[in-house]
Design a protein around this ligand. Structure first.
Ligand SMILES: Nc1ncnc2c1ncn2[C@@H]1O[C@H](COP(=O)(O)OP(=O)(O)OP(=O)(O)O)[C@@H](O)[C@H]1O
Ligand SMILES: [Mg+2]
Length: 241
């Protein structure tokens, strides 16, 4: 479970990137965080994962406060950042082993999961190469394999489908559903309403640092005018808010 209460963040004392955001992502659910460029999605995610400190508000991961007990809270989290251009000098397999060490995945289980994940994402040969040599999609996949390796109770993914080919994107969505169905929480950001509509149990729409609306698709649809699509509503809300 992820809980945010009245969280705000201002950059350089002037740009209010997020403004009193409150959300609760429950166990067993996929939660989609939707909004246009610059809405405040990545800032929220950085605060949730303890990369940035909020100016105000409380954030807890499975009831552990991210500020008071950062290491313990972070152990609950598997994170895929918006840019996968990291750990470039490591080979794929070295990155996975590093993650395995950090999250204390026992060696037998680690081997088993690495083999399965590499096969699933067609990365069997590539994991022997340096991440530097990978395409954008392959870098994205190795990060995703990292969270699949340690399977923590909370996944936080910043635009995880960007740059993935249709098959990998499908595999990721399948992994997200499997993970949530085991009673874990999956939170991800996206610009793409279609993706959110397909896989999310609940959605929040953010614009200019504020949550405009949140709920299940059913609940959101109640706000849609007759003869209008959810997409049109989303565009209208984020354009004129
Ligand atoms: N390091 C920073 N310094 C100053 N302003 C920043 C910084 N990072 C983000 N911002 C500003 O905060 C606001 C929210 O940015 P954020 O990256 O959270 O948006 P986003 O919803 O993730 O956008 P995108 O869809 O483009 O990834 C924007 O106005 C952005 O310009
Ligand atoms: Mg972003």
């Amino acid at each position: 479970m992820i809980s945010l209460r009245a969280v705000s963040k201002t950059y350089n004392g002037e740009i209010k990137a997020i403004d009193s955001i409150s959300m609760e992502i429950k166990d067993g659910e996929i939660f989609g965080f939707l909004g246009p460029n610059g809405a405040g999605k990545t800032t929220t995610i950085k605060i949730m994962t303890g990369i940035l400190n909020a100016d105000e508000g409380d954030i807890s991961i499975n009831a552990i406060d991210i500020i008071k007990a950062p290491l313990e809270a972070k152990k609950q989290i598997g994170f895929v950042p918006d840019s996968p251009d990291m750990f470039l000098r490591l080979k794929g397999i070295e990155y996975l082993n590093f993650i395995g060490d950090m999250y204390e995945v026992p060696s037998e289980l680690r081997k088993e999961r690495i083999i399965t994940l590499a096969k699933r994402f067609g990365m069997e040969t590539a994991i022997g190469d340096k991440i530097q040599s990978y395409s954008h999609g392959m870098r994205q996949k190795i990060m995703i394999m990292g969270v699949g390796l340690h399977q923590p109770p909370v996944w936080i993914l910043d635009e995880p489908m960007t740059g993935l080919d249709p098959k990998s994107s499908y595999l990721l969505k399948e992994m997200m559903r499997e993970h949530a169905d085991k009673g874990n929480s999956v939170f991800f950001s996206t610009h793409v309403l279609e993706v959110a509509e397909k896989i999310c149990d609940r959605i929040a729409i953010i614009n200019n640092g504020k949550i405009l609306i949140s709920g299940t698709l059913e609940e959101l649809r109640k706000h849609v005018k007759e003869n209008e699509s959810l997409e049109k509503m989303f565009l209208e809300m984020t354009e004129y808010a």
